[in-house]
Design a protein around this ligand. Structure first.
Ligand SMILES: [Zn+2]
Length: 252
């Protein structure tokens, strides 16, 4: 029988073997099967799979050597002084060794999952922080007494605004194109009073893969008491006073 004639029936054989073929397709398939040896043998394959993989494998006698090896694993046949790893494993029934390996594999995969969950939590925390900053910026923009003051960049390409309400202790920086800081460094905000004294207004880092960065400034005093804001690169954890190069500033 040519393959071409079998083609319409081949796809139905598996469903037929499982008893899942549509009733209307059965008569045609059975008529074809009656005269096609190829499809009969293919159907037999499907049926053997369907009736259980174990039953389709003919029982086999274990090789003679295996019996000898298994007997050798029995404690009475072990050399008592042997300390090799193979012999140590050999002392345990094969089922226990397999169980121990399975436990190790499960342990490994659950450690892997735990690490993934930790990464996701860190990512989630960073996004939550970002959302908080953005909402603060929007809330400040909506406030009638808020002014958007331009940023004066010391690093090329940096641009943005400080959203400031001078009667309050809170301001928000919205900065575009701020470069990532190197490992072990952070950006630090400085509030500058009329005498030139610098007070820390907080630390921040740009998020990866975002065009802009928002940072909330928490001031110890109403912002009207300061004449400017400066941002420098400082060691992780921040400094008592500015030590790094200035990235941008804002005149209040
Ligand atoms: Zn056929």
């Amino acid at each position: 029988m040519s393959d071409e004639r079998c083609l319409p029936y081949r796809d139905n054989l598996a469903a037929y073997a499982l008893g899942a073929l549509d009733a209307e397709d059965i008569p045609a398939l059975e008529a074809h099967l009656a005269e096609c040896q190829d499809c009969q043998s293919e159907l037999a394959d499907y049926q053997s799979v369907a009736s259980g993989l174990l039953q389709s494998v003919p029982p086999q006698a274990p090789p003679e050597g295996l019996r000898r090896k298994l007997i050798a694993r029995l404690p009475s046949h072990q050399a008592r002084s042997s300390k090799s790893y193979t012999n140590l494993l050999g002392r345990f029934p094969i089922g226990q060794v397999a169980a121990a390996v399975a436990v190790l594999v499960l342990l490994g995969s659950s450690i892997f999952s735990a690490l993934q969950i930790r990464d996701l939590r860190q990512e989630q925390a960073a996004l939550a922080e970002r959302l908080y900053q953005d909402q603060t910026a929007i809330a400040m923009l909506a406030y009638p007494s808020t002014h958007a003051l331009p940023v004066q960049a010391d690093v090329e390409g940096v641009a943005g605004s400080a959203l400031v309400d001078k009667d309050k202790r809170l301001a928000v920086l919205v900065i575009w194109n701020l470069p990532q800081v190197e490992a072990g460094k952070t950006y630090q905000i400085w509030l500058i009073d009329p005498q030139g004294k610098r007070t820390s207004g907080g630390l921040f880092k740009p998020l990866e893969d975002h065009g802009y960065t928002t940072a909330t400034i928490l001031s110890p005093d109403p912002l009207a008491q300061f004449v400017g804001i400066g941002v420098t690169v400082e060691p992780e954890g921040g400094s008592e006073g500015p030590t790094g190069s200035r990235v941008f500033s804002v005149d209040l």
